[in-house]
Ligand binder design. Structure first.
Ligand SMILES: Cc1cc2nc3c(=O)[nH]c(=O)nc-3n(C[C@H](O)[C@H](O)[C@H](O)COP(=O)(O)OP(=O)(O)OC[C@H]3O[C@@H](n4cnc5c(N)ncnc54)[C@H](O)[C@@H]3O)c2cc1C
Length: 388
């Protein structure tokens, strides 16, 4: 095992959205984080694999520092959210709930490109962390191929199955929804006019997010029990669009999918951890929490993790303190753990009532969504307001 490297100030493990957003935020404050990811630097830049689009709240846009000009080119402002309880054959806008929303829809891959363009990314790419351990005034990361790195502080942004979380033996509460989300792009013969749609159907949610620069295309998230989703994933583009049409109705006209469409599939599980810090360790993003996507809050929560952790580290540096100091990290934990645990519980509860709830509850939702309308926090959650 070589120890040729110096002890680095901050190493971020994982260059998914959480890791890149963290690297971007730290670089903006004059830090020089080192990033580790199993993908090569070229693969990170060229990756088209993430077919998802995300609805970013105004607070997230502000924290990310997304310029207006970039948003106008790459984003689509949601003019309203049209939500229904899914008891009718197709979505009927006259009977649905209409919520205003200040959110903007952006493709995950465009966000990755924005982050990489604004960053002189330094790191060790093409290598995964296989083990991490404490060693006095630093933490050692053991990588594959006999490499190692040392850091005063390690930020775990290595996703749901975080190796660093496992090495630290951090306990978590987990929930497997036994559902899978299919994601991708769908064309429609009628324009979206900036509207986002969400149907809470028996078995799962079907949502459309309006795409920028394409009035007749949306990004879809279609959640079904995993066994059924697996079957849908094997269908031809035409068949899939037909099945979707039967679930959604004709509010957006005729739905169609390009034959060469890229679709993603994501098994859905939620978790939150007993702690999101350890000795010289802080967890962010899906390493720390994941939640049902029906309220579109996971990444918005991550952006707030990054903001809170960056503020703590800036403060530590200002006072000449060790960045890995547990007392400082406790401030981050206090700031973020309770909120992410609450959101995880809230989105799981929403899934129980609206995806799986008994017919009378769903009927309430269908006839004007009085249920949602009366539950202030749930309404705010769907509007993305709860995250401001
Ligand atoms: C279907 C779906 C729709 C969603 N929609 C929304 C939405 O509208 N709004 C919203 O706010 N959120 C949404 N989310 C949540 C959001 O997409 C995720 O929170 C976010 O993408 C997770 O990012 P992450 O960087 O934490 O994890 P990941 O994307 O999993 O990244 C983890 C990174 O760590 C690396 N890594 C893994 N293991 C190691 C290792 N051992 N060593 C080094 N590196 C490692 C991986 O290569 C990867 O690059 C949605 C989620 C899903 C599933």
């Amino acid at each position: 095992m070589q120890h040729s490297d110096p002890v680095r100030e901050i190493v971020i493990v994982g260059a998914g959205l959480a890791g890149l957003i963290q690297a971007h935020a730290l670089a903006a404050k004059g830090f020089s984080p080192h990033v580790v990811d199993p993908r090569s630097a070229t693969a990170l830049r060229q990756s088209n694999a993430d077919t998802r689009a995300t609805a970013l709240t105004p607070r997230s846009i502000e924290l990310l520092g997304l310029p207006d000009a970039w948003l106008q080119t790459h984003g689509q402002r949601i003019s309203e959210m049209v939500v229904d309880g899914g008891l009718t054959t197709g979505l009927d806008p006259a009977k649905a709930l209409h919520l205003d929303s200040g959110a903007w829809v952006v493709f995950n891959r465009d966000l990755v490109a924005f982050l990489l363009d604004g960053l002189d990314l330094q790191g060790t790419f093409g290598h995964a962390v296989v083990q991490s351990s404490r060693a006095g005034a630093h933490r050692v990361l053991h990588l594959d191929q006999q490499k190692s790195l040392r850091a005063s502080l390690v930020i775990a942004a290595d996703g749901k199955n975080s190796q660093l979380r496992r090495d630290e033996d951090i306990q978590r509460h987990e929930r497997d929804f036994r559902q899978t989300a299919l994601t991708g792009r769908i064309e429609h013969s009628q324009p979206h006019h900036g509207r986002a749609f969400q149907r809470f159907l028996p078995g799962g949610t079907l949502a459309f997010l309006p795409l920028a620069g394409a009035e007749q295309a949306s990004s879809f998230i279609w959640v079904e029990p995993s066994a059924k989703a697996k079957g849908l994933f094997t269908l031809s583009a035409d068949c899939l669009a037909g099945r979707m049409q039967a679930r959604f109705g004709d509010t957006l006209g005729t739905l169609s999918a390009r034959a060469d469409s890229d679709w993603g599939q994501f098994p859905l599980r939620a978790h939150h951890c007993n702690t999101i810090i350890g000795e010289r360790l802080a967890l962010i993003g899906e390493a720390a929490h994941s939640m049902h996507p029906l309220a579109g809050q996971g990444l918005n929560m991550t952006i707030k993790d990054v903001d809170a952790l960056t503020a703590v580290l800036v403060d530590q540096r200002r006072h000449g303190l060790d960045l890995g100091d547990l007392q400082g990290l406790t401030v981050y934990q206090r700031d973020r753990r309770a909120e992410t645990a609450r959101f995880t519980a809230l989105t799981t509860g929403l899934h129980e009532v609206l995806d799986r709830g008994p017919a009378p509850v769903r009927a309430l939702a269908a006839t004007g969504l009085q249920l949602i309308d009366r539950l202030g926090p749930v309404k705010a959650l769907l509007r993305g307001e709860a995250n401001r």
